[in-house]
Write a protein that binds this ligand. Structure first.
Ligand code: BES
Ligand code: MN
Ligand code: ZN
Length: 496
């Protein structure tokens, strides 16, 4: 898809499809008013007939029948004005993109930037518009004979008086959307293709192409490093584990790196504590944190940001077999902490413990991990935000803010001392499960034992994979974590 910015008014646009946005109850203003005049009142009439009020998600397509250079107008509802985050623009652009797609339009112009009150807002809207449009049109057809390529070839942002700002947002949006789609592709690729070896190879290829260093550790190296958690989980599988280390050190020498860690469980059957078969196929998505990490590295390198960033992905399958770790076994992680495996399905924390301990070697500014860690987090928060934990209030606060700004939302959950007490073991330093309640927090408490320095943990169990189509979310992998982490990195090092 080709993106560009034009400094013309909506009525002048020659694109096949023209998208305009209206806030609830604010019809008869701005672009709507202009276009309505050019269409001899047909826009307002149609809105009345179809009860279009500008509610969030409402959409009203209309043929212009020669009255305008554009062939087809799509009016989208923005919901209530008031909150100044990017999400309404992203969502509205996605809704419009779906309408445009079903009309088979090849070129599309968006006038959403005309709703901006400042250059800063113009940039934010342009970025959100590109993200929402591109992500709504995402399609995973690698394994289908009949492909459905995106028909929309040209996307134009109309930005009168804000060309530079909109251009900047548009460029950022294109890179961010590509990164989210890269994560989605990795997640959606079935586990018999997307093995730990495959993830490592993909990371290496992306590193070569976009300019970050990638070191792949195989089983021997993992054993030599004494990553007991990762070894213990990988033992049940025929697939060799990988420990993927990605380094992008283009920031000032004096700047401590940010370390991103992502759970790379390419298939979670539960192991000996096997999962029920219903929806087990969705556990190909248990590497979503790892996918987000690879995608973020790729985007940061593509944008040539002046930051020091490290990405770590422990990758393995969790399978039952004669060689698998058994309930009651004790593993010694890289941190030296001994871990009693009371349930082999609580494997994510075992592999993450080694990656978090490894992160300490970089003496990082902070470590942030993303993991599809607990069903409990999904029960607590649903799909509307990811769970957020940490040992540093400022870091947690910043991440929460970035979540609101990008629409890739995170919400804090507690990590009280009591949760750490909950994972005491009879025979080892800690057990890998706690009592029935508070599963998301006891999992976070487990991770905390392996961490040095400032750290945050994001549980994306409820957000990483969708069984519904909604706005720019397609069924399957969502790419949760990519947008919020990219925004966080840029702000943490003061690039914005
Ligand atoms: N990968 C799962 C968590 C998960 C469940 C993610 C559903 C997405 C959707 C994780 O490894 C797991 O199995 N967790 C267990 C932990 C329990 C045994 C303490 C869980 O949440 O049931
Ligand atoms: Mn599991
Ligand atoms: Zn898992």
């Amino acid at each position: 898809m080709k993106y560009s910015v034009k400094e013309i008014r909506a009525v002048e646009s020659r694109a096949d499809g023209l998208v305009i946005g209206v806030f609830e109850g604010e019809l008869e203003k701005g672009d709507f008013e202009d276009l309505d005049k050019a269409l001899n009142g047909r826009l307002a009439d149609t809105a009345k007939r179809r009860k279009f009020k500008g509610k969030r998600g409402q959409v009203m397509p209309l043929e212009t029948m020669g009255a305008l250079p554009a062939g087809y107008v799509v009016v989208v509802g923005m919901g209530n004005r008031g909150d100044s985050t990017s999400e309404p623009y992203r969502f509205a652009s996605a809704v419009a993109a779906r309408a445009v797609k079903s009309a088979g339009v090849r070129s599309c112009a968006s006038a959403l930037v005309s709703l901006a009150g400042s250059d800063e807002e113009a940039e934010m809207i342009a970025q959100a518009a590109v993200e929402g449009t591109r992500l709504a049109l995402y399609n995973f057809d690698t394994f289908k004979k009949e492909k459905s390529p995106v028909k929309l070839e040209e996307y134009v942002i109309l930005a009168q008086g804000a060309k530079a700002a909109a251009g900047k947002g548009m460029k950022r949006g294109a890179v961010v959307a590509d990164a989210v789609m890269l994560a989605r592709d990795l997640i959606n690729t079935p586990a018999n293709y997307a093995t730990p070896t495959y993830l490592g190879n993909q990371a290496a290829a992306l590193g070569k192409k976009h300019g970050f260093k990638c070191t792949i550790h195989g089983l021997k190296a993992i054993e030599k490093m004494k990553m007991g958690g990762l070894i213990g989980v990988a033992k049940g599988s025929q697939e060799e584990p990988r420990f993927i280390v990605m380094e992008y050190m283009k920031g000032p020498k004096s700047q401590k790196p940010i370390v991103m860690v992502g759970k790379g469980l390419t298939f979670d059957s539960g192991g000996i504590s096997i999962k029920p078969s219903l929806n087990m196929h969705e556990m190909k998505s248990d590497m979503s944190g790892g996918a987000a990490t690879i995608a973020v590295m790729t985007a940061v390198a593509t944008m040539k940001l002046k930051v020091n960033l490290v990405g770590l992905v422990p990758a393995t399958e969790n399978m039952p077999s004669g060689t698998a770790t058994k309930p009651g076994d004790v593993l010694t992680g890289l941190s030296g902490v001994t871990m009693e495996v009371l349930n082999t399905d609580a494997e994510g924390r075992l592999i993450l413990s080694d990656a978090l301990a490894y992160a300490g070697r970089y003496k990082p500014d902070c470590t942030v991990d993303f993991a599809t860690l607990t069903g409990a987090c999904m029960v607590a928060l649903g799909a509307h935000c990811s769970g957020l934990f940490g040992n540093d209030d400022e870091l947690v606060g910043q991440l929460q803010e970035c979540g609101m700004r990008t629409g890739d939302r995170l919400w804090p959950l507690p990590l009280f001392q009591e949760y750490e007490d909950d994972i005491k073991s009879q025979v080892a330093d800690i057990a890998n499960i706690g009592p029935r309640g508070g599963g998301a927090s006891t999992a976070a408490a487990f991770l905390k034992r392996h961490v040095t320095g400032k750290w945050a943990h994001v549980d994306i169990a409820g957000t990483a994979f969708s069984d519904k189509e909604k706005g720019y979310i397609r069924k399957g992998g969502t790419g949760a974590g990519v947008r919020v982490m990219l925004d966080f990195i840029i702000r943490r090092v003061g690039l914005e």
